[in-house]
Design a protein around this ligand. Structure first.
Ligand SMILES: Cc1cc2nc3c(=O)[nH]c(=O)nc-3n(C[C@H](O)[C@H](O)[C@H](O)COP(=O)(O)O)c2cc1C
Ligand code: SF4
Length: 486
């Protein structure tokens, strides 16, 4: 039986997922918003469910299914923790990178870029290099990194230390979104524990490198002020430097000129939490999890929206279908209504229609279903959801979060929002759907960072898969729609 993390509580204050509430925004009603159903997370005491699906897998990233407190250093070491770091520093740095490459680990922050390859881009030689951990976790429906930091801070610290050794970094940063105060406190406490134990510091007294010199690493935890764009790696670097978080033009890429214009690797929390297992148990053991060669290792799937048991589920890549995740792990829709569509990467990738629910949960499977795995944050929508309305809510989010640096995104998201509001308010005209498609095409591929492209996904995919949801609003031209009247 797979041990999976989930909950069936909808009432604890923590994280917004989609339900069915009416809310007023900015003094005006924008329709029937689906929101404010909330998922309890580690610091609030998670509830746990047994999955109904048999799966021969023991979680390695979140191995403590019933836990809400942080694992201490003593507990972590008792289960072999920091064994991966000890093995890593006994190797040459480039051999550590080769192991991570061979394991096939892909970045879990969204883009799925091969981690070992990214580390290999950092120039060798003297001078400062930085490891920056992306703990911004600002994608709607994403709450895996928070769970990892709150419960398993030492796994992350060990991953940071191994990655830092591989690239030659002696000062690492963890950029945490400002709302994650508990995660920040627990990480700071765990770093202090590791320093006292001689596993971190200048030098870390208990660790000697392969060349005979002492291992040196300090980790600074930095809490951001909260903006979606701060999750984009170059905006994050700007924010860390104290500047307004606007993405940089590339090249140069961060591996060559990142933080303070020095070589920098930006990795997601979950990515680095995979690394200790690779060093401790070996490349083959890691590749045995998942669906090699393209989809190795475990993945935490954040499940929310119209499911009975939203939560974090750690599963091997490529072994479970989207339908199984929703039904066997998530318990199906609370209403009993059929699933209409699923957002697989928060709100940043095309909606997967119900016809594709048998897609396997890995990079290739979700691509084959016409979307992207991204952060693997699955927001389920049952047949009660009006997809034109859902696209409106997502575009409203992107328009608000656009940093405004490039014109197609700044102006285009605003035009998408205006057109969608008009349609939703009952003033839609013939040709409005074509305007939405035209504006989307002007944005996608013509912007500095992926936020602009993300903004077009809900629009294009909802028009493609659910044209009837737009048609019903356009047929009501000149009248207030049911939703607008609510
Ligand atoms: C608008 C935007 C928001 C992003 N938000 C996050 C985020 O919250 N967390 C994250 O890890 N990556 C985020 N990313 C991806 C990062 O830019 C970067 O690819 C990632 O941190 C690299 O880590 P990885 O290789 O370990 O996945 C975002 C990208 C964009 C364009
Ligand atoms: S695409 Fe949007 S968010 Fe990204 S840099 Fe341009 S304006 Fe800013």
């Amino acid at each position: 039986m797979a041990s999976a993390r989930g909950n069936d509580g909808f009432d604890c204050p923590s994280f917004y997922v989609w339900g069915t509430e009416n809310i007023k925004r900015s003094g005006r009603r924008v329709g029937r918003l689906q929101g404010i159903k909330q998922v309890p997370l580690a610091s609030e005491g998670p509830l746990w469910q047994e999955a109904t699906m048999d799966l021969d897998y023991t979680p390695i990233l979140l191995p403590n299914p019933s836990r809400s407190t942080a694992v201490t250093l003593a507990e972590y070491e008792a289960r072999g923790g920091y064994g991966g770091l000890r093995k890593a520093v006994a190797l040459k740095p480039e051999d550590v990178t080769t192991k991570v490459k061979d394991a096939g680990l892909k970045g879990r922050g969204g883009a799925g870029f091969p981690t070992g390859l990214k580390w290999s881009f950092v120039p060798k030689g003297p001078g400062p290099k930085y490891m920056v951990v992306n703990a911004d976790e600002s994608e709607p429906g994403t709450f895996k990194d928070r769970d990892l930091m709150e419960v398993e801070p030492h796994t992350l610290i060990e991953g940071i230390a191994i990655g830092s050794y591989a690239i030659g970094c002696e000062l690492a940063f963890v950029y945490i979104r400002g709302e994650y105060t508990v995660a920040g406190e627990r990480l700071r406490a765990a770093i202090a524990e590791a320093k006292v134990a001689g596993l971190l510091g200048s030098p870390a007294e208990m660790l000697t490198k392969a060349d005979g010199s002492p291992f040196v690493l300090d980790i600074i935890v930095f809490l951001g002020a909260g903006a979606y764009i701060c999750g984009e790696e170059t905006a994050l670097i700007e924010s860390l430097e104290g500047n307004r978080p606007m993405p940089r033009s590339r090249p140069p890429f961060p591996a060559v000129a990142g933080l303070y214009m020095k070589p920098t690797v930006v990795n997601n929390v979950e990515t680095l939490c995979n690394v200790p297992f690779i060093l401790e148990k070996g490349v083959d053991a890691y590749k045995a999890i998942g669906n090699p060669p393209n989809n190795t290792g475990p993945k935490i799937f954040c499940l929310s929206g119209h499911v009975k048991k939203p939560g974090n589920y750690e599963l091997p890549l490529g072994k479970v279908s989207l339908r199984q995740l929703i039904e066997d792990f998530g318990g199906g829709t609370p209403s009993g209504l059929p699933v209409k569509g699923v957002l697989p990467a928060g709100v940043s990738a095309p909606i997967i229609p119900a016809a594709q629910l048998d897609a396997l949960l890995d990079y290739d499977g979700i691509k084959g279903a016409g979307s992207m795995l991204g952060s693997a944050s699955f927001i389920v929508m049952d047949s009660s959801v009006d997809m034109a309305w859902a696209a409106t809510r997502m575009v409203e989010f992107f328009r608000h979060e656009s940093c405004g640096k490039c014109t197609p995104c700044r102006e285009g998201t605003s035009w998408l929002e205006k057109t969608l509001f008009r349609i939703m308010d009952g003033g839609g005209k013939d040709g409005d759907v074509e305007i939405l498609q035209f504006v989307s095409k002007q944005i996608a591929g013509n912007v500095l960072c992926a936020l602009g492209d993300f903004a077009t996904s809900p629009v294009m995919s909802s028009i493609k898969h659910y044209p009837e949801d737009y048609a019903k609003h356009l047929l009501k031209i000149g009248k207030k729609t049911d939703r607008a009247a609510e």
